[in-house]
Ligand binder design. Structure first.
Ligand code: MV4
Length: 448
């Protein structure tokens, strides 16, 4: 096992990894930017090194500075958390060339799955349903027009190097397809330095359901069940839950097995997530793989009893998974609310600043993953998520009641948070009935 690990991240996920290391008896080294200097969670690490100014590009995204800190601290491995360098195959390659283990999938799998048209090819090779659309990267407008007429409008133009909704465009006819292609290519070139685009049939009001995967270096690839992440706003997830409400068991099982086949096909190991869109008839279609630990991993931890961060570390150290698929038993229902420092009354504008009052909820079934407390100043430089409120109960009905109670207890002053939005969601009849899709928030809650 590793003796010392560096956490190349900040905030709640840095603390999440620090806690896992402590329990495993592994020394843990944190890094911080000038904006995070003095943050209380850094005191919980065995050491902490400043890696640069507030701007992420020159600190949390700067490979040279992070590797320098890792060399000075003499660590054997780096945990990248989520975001920042977590899905950067070049970073993984640099780590390994410096004889530092990257705690994540092999760079080959990251490279292949990071390209969305290649990921679609892997899915098809594994017999996993993909959304009808381009067989590969679009060659020209002519091919796009021909395909769009075959699959039928509306179609969605996506960037091969994209993901997470960046650079997507809906087209309803030949004209808007042609203008959309030009815009999408320009956007993709500017954002990813790769203008490659492809098209898919545009699914209206789909659900977003994803499958958690965990695999070791010895060919053992398991799924840990699914999460419904349909409740999102502007491609930012807001609420996640498991199991996915109302998903038929045979659909769930087929989707989970499809995810395992896809991961095997790509030579994957460590933790990862296979994302699907699910239509009204519960047809499921692969869209992309997230080659990292995800923000919403705690709900899977609650229902499986597995500590995903510890398993990531053990797998990276060369351990074999000591359990098989039949040993994984998902029990109960878990829900997560992301607590963002944003003002719901001002179009969700970020609300950084000093937290003057912080009264967190507690009690049976409540887990709060956060690095903040009263007196902490939320910096303006980073993502606005400051906490994750997770509940775990035997049934979804009880989990919803617990979340409502926990949201009522939660009291924050000094900054604005999206807790009022969560209170609305958990009082909404459609949500309580499990009637969720990716348009839920804009249809039901933002028309005020
Ligand atoms: C789609 C789609 C409808 N049809 N693809 C957005 C993020 C990226 N991961 C894929 N996304 C979508 N792809 C087809 N063919 C609708 C979305 C989408 C979405 C997906 C998941 C969660 C929230 C979403 C919000 C808007 C659009």
């Amino acid at each position: 096992m590793f003796q010392r690990i560096l956490v190349a991240n900040r905030g709640e996920i840095a603390l999440r990894v620090i806690r896992a290391c402590k329990e495993m008896g592994i020394e843990v080294v944190a890094v911080f930017s000038e904006a995070d200097r003095g943050a209380p969670y850094l005191d919980l690490a065995d050491a902490a090194y400043c890696i640069g100014p507030a701007v992420s590009k020159d600190s949390y995204l700067d490979i040279k500075r992070i590797i320098a800190a890792a060399e000075i601290a003499d660590v054997q491995a780096i945990h990248p958390g989520y975001g920042f360098l977590s899905e950067n195959p070049h970073f993984a390659e640099v780590c390994r060339s410096c004889k530092i283990e990257f705690i994540g999938p092999p760079e080959g799998a990251m490279l292949k799955l990071g390209n969305k048209t290649e990921a679609r090819e892997v899915a098809r090779a594994a017999g996993v349903p993909t959304v009808p659309g381009s067989p590969g990267p679009l060659l020209d407008d002519k091919e796009a027009l021909k395909l769009a007429r075959e699959i039928g409008y509306p179609v969605l133009i996506k960037a091969a190097a994209g993901g997470g909704g960046k650079g997507m465009r809906v087209a309803h006819n030949d004209i808007s397809l042609q203008t959309g292609l030009a815009q999408a290519r320009a956007e993709a070139q500017a954002a990813f330095k790769d203008s490659t685009v492809y098209i898919e049939k545009y699914l209206e009001q789909p659900r977003h359901v994803e499958v958690q995967l965990l695999g070791d270096h010895y060919g053992n690839m398991l799924h840990l069940g699914e999460r419904d992440c349909s409740l999102q706003r502007r491609h930012q997830k807001v609420v996640e839950e498991t199991p996915a409400p109302g998903l038929r068991p045979e659909v769930r099982d087929a989707m989970c097995q499809a995810a395992v086949r896809l991961a095997r096909e790509s030579g994957y190991n460590n933790a990862g997530t296979c994302e699907f869109l699910v239509d009204k008839n519960q047809n499921y279609y692969f869209i992309e793989v997230n080659a990292r630990l995800q923000v919403e991993h705690p709900i899977t931890e609650m229902v499986t009893g597995l500590d995903l961060v510890k398993w990531q570390i053990r797998i990276a150290a060369g351990d074999k998974l000591p359990f098989c698929q039949d040993d994984i038993k998902n029990v109960g229902a878990a829900i997560e609310c992301r607590i963002n420092a944003e003002d719901p009354a001002a179009n969700f504008r970020p609300s950084p600043g000093k937290i003057t009052v912080w009264r967190p909820p507690g009690g049976l079934g409540v887990r709060l993953d956060t690095h903040v407390s009263a007196g902490y100043t939320v910096p303006a430089n980073y993502d606005s998520m400051i906490a994750k409120l997770i509940v775990y109960k035997p049934t979804r009905t009880e989990a919803i009641a617990c979340m409502r109670r926990a949201l009522d207890e939660f009291h924050v002053e000094g900054i604005k948070t999206i807790i009022p939005l969560h209170r609305e969601i958990f009082n909404h009849t459609s949500f309580i009935e499990g009637q969720v899709d990716t348009t839920f928030i804009e249809r039901n809650l933002l028309s005020r």
